[in-house]
Design a protein around this ligand. Sequence first.
Ligand code: HEM
Length: 465
Amino acid sequence: MMSTRNRPLATPPRGSGLKPVMGRNGGLPVVGDTLTILRDPQAYLQDAYTEDGPVAWRRALGQVVVALSGPDAWGVVHENSDKAFSHRLGWDRTMGRFFNGSVILMDFEDHLYQRRIMQAAFGRPSLVQYLDSMNGTIDHALAGWPDQGELKANPAFKSLSLDIATEAFLGEEPGEAADRMNAAFYDVLLALGAVVRFPLPGSRLHLPGTQWSRGIAGRQILKHEIETLIPKKRAGNGEDLLSVLCRATSEDGESFSDKEIVNHMIFMMFAAHDTSMTTMTMMTYHLAKHPEWQERCRAESLALGPHASYDEIQSLSTLDLVMKESLRITPPVRQMFRATVKDTEVLGHFIPAGTTVLVAPHLNHHLPEYWTEPETFDPDRFSEERREDKGHRYLYVPFGSHAHKCIGMYFAGMEIKATMHQMLRSFEWSVPDDYELQWAATVLPTTKDGLPITVCRRDRAEQPS
Ligand code: HEM
């Protein structure tokens, strides 16, 4: 590990009264803390926070990155009152190649315009329709799980959420086109974690056979497949997300072009996939480790039918506590980048224009000054009597906040709870007492061992023959 002494990032303007951001070069020569920031952003942020406080710089991703930690710094970035923080410039380096033209890579007026149209696809009537198609997909997936024995939960949820994406998002039945899209989409996901990700020096060609080049080819396939579907979706009255986006209009009558629809759909599939899958994996893990919570959740689910309606899903209050606690302990979006478009200040520290900054929910979610035993699984901390999440406005932020707050938050809650509801009704599951889930060192959260659980089907007698 190379580490130099602390020094200021930039000198604050004379008379401004601002302090410089302090920090240091750490990690390996040349790449600095790049591997840490990509593979373990929690450790990266915790180190900066412990050593240098809530505003600190480190070197990673070939540049200086200012780590902004804790709820106060979070508020400054997300309120963005002087419009100093750009989403587009912040995310471009890690996601621009695949998700250009999507809302996450837009700022200010452009963003507001696109998001207003998109909102139409996430209203309650649309959610109710998506749930209908989702319930069938979940049924089908759970019917294929073993009656008794070991199941790797993480890959099982991965495949289920891809199926949900194909059916609820695209309205396509499983088949060759859906398989092609799933494979292409998967290549894009892998490419996001690629270390070799740039064109060959002096050329626009990418190294063939790499994760990166497969991801770029995958994006082309997705673009082509979605473009092919658009005329049919525009003409029809389908209830899948793509059809709804094709017909979506804002209150002012604005609608999306074909190109905008393609860009939004590709990002949406990404935004929905790993996040929901990680949450289901974590919930499954915690419920296996804490059978008393599994029983409490199951009791509520058994009081409803197998296909819970939208309102019934909202009534699963124990499952809701478990979901919140799982999202607190392991927020699936582990790091969020922004970049400053002008000189600005955070908590009295001067940050010059053109600086990449990093915020992450994890640190807020584990601060011992706000949470009782933050590393302990304790869903009741979200109960009305305790509401520990209310300790600070920006303490609990798994879905982000403000202008770019997750547009799929209710969709996600519905998908996750509909899946867990059916799983609780159909199976009991456990892990050995000494089992601890470990995350692999990748950009996207992945389990090292797939989370092997022992399942026992409990609904065989109720199953239609
Ligand atoms: C548990 C599941 C999910 C979590 C934890 C999650 C988390 C987040 C977070 C933290 C952001 C803000 C990123 C930032 O500020 O840089 C975000 C944005 C977004 N999410 Fe989600 N998300 C989830 C599921 C979904 C689903 C299911 C969809 C779509 C169906 C979705 C669509 C989006 C979109 C489109 C944005 C960008 C919004 C904008 O820029 O205006 N997400 N999500």
